[in-house]
Design a protein around this ligand. Structure first.
Ligand SMILES: CC(C)(COP(=O)(O)OP(=O)(O)OC[C@H]1O[C@@H](n2cnc3c(N)ncnc32)[C@H](O)[C@@H]1OP(=O)(O)O)[C@@H](O)C(=O)NCCC(=O)NCCS
Length: 183
């Protein structure tokens, strides 16, 4: 097993995007090309190779605005309202400890996927942890945010993330909940 972390601007192998397409786009019936995000060049990426085959991928980006995004598949992910400047919110982390203010620099995890035959081997957890560490080192990230498909919430919880707020529908993808983590 080999874990690679690619910093912003580094060239990613085509296979990285092939895995992203297979796991996250093809099941939605989305065309090839929809796996490419316009800000991939400014994100940090991580992937795992197993016997020279990329089997798991993920990315993290600095949140400049409110975290809302419009995807190439035509879906709209809503803002992380708690991040909006001026909101005084006391969040509770996964250990029940209060964590208030200074939520930024904040980062967003997206496009996490493991090929079905390689799931359950701890690959995505390794990728997520590597992304969190890289975001702390490179951007001094204080909090992480993501929009989780319902089926993935248990995975993120195992990795120390906390869900909050109501469930919402992301067009063309399905039901989601927002999650956060103190980094
Ligand atoms: C979510 C996903 C990335 C997890 O990948 P994975 O490589 O199988 O995850 P890991 O093996 O690293 O799992 C880490 C831990 O989470 C647990 N876990 C993973 N998926 C789980 C699930 N669906 N339900 C419950 N627990 C789960 C594992 O059992 C493991 O627990 P352990 O540490 O006690 O052994 C993978 O299922 C996937 O690609 N799903 C389809 C795409 C997707 O939904 N991506 C997320 C979009 S928000």
């Amino acid at each position: 097993m080999n874990l690679v972390v690619a910093l912003p601007g580094e060239v990613l192998p085509q296979e990285y995007f092939d895995v992203r397409y297979e796991v996250l786009r093809k099941p939605l019936g989305s065309p090839r090309g929809s796996e490419l995000l316009s800000d991939d060049n400014t994100a940090i990426h991580a992937y795992i190779s197993f016997y020279d085959k990329i089997v798991a991928v993920g990315r993290i980006q600095l949140i400049v605005g409110d975290g809302s995004v419009k995807d190439p598949v035509g879906s709209n992910c809503p803002a992380f309202e708690l991040l909006s400047d001026g909101i005084k919110t006391v969040l509770t982390d996964d250990k029940g400890q209060p964590f208030a203010s200074n939520l930024r620099p904040a980062v967003q995890v997206r496009q996490m996927g493991t090929l079905p035959e390689f799931q359950g081997k701890g690959f995505a957890a390794k990728i997520l942890f590597a992304l969190e560490e890289a975001a702390k080192q490179n951007w001094n990230a204080r909090t992480g945010w993501l929009q989780a498909r319902l089926a993935a919430i248990a995975f993120y919880k195992k990795c120390g993330w906390t869900s909050y707020g109501v469930e919402y529908e992301v067009n063309k993808v399905g039901a989601h909940r927002s999650m956060w983590k103190k980094l």
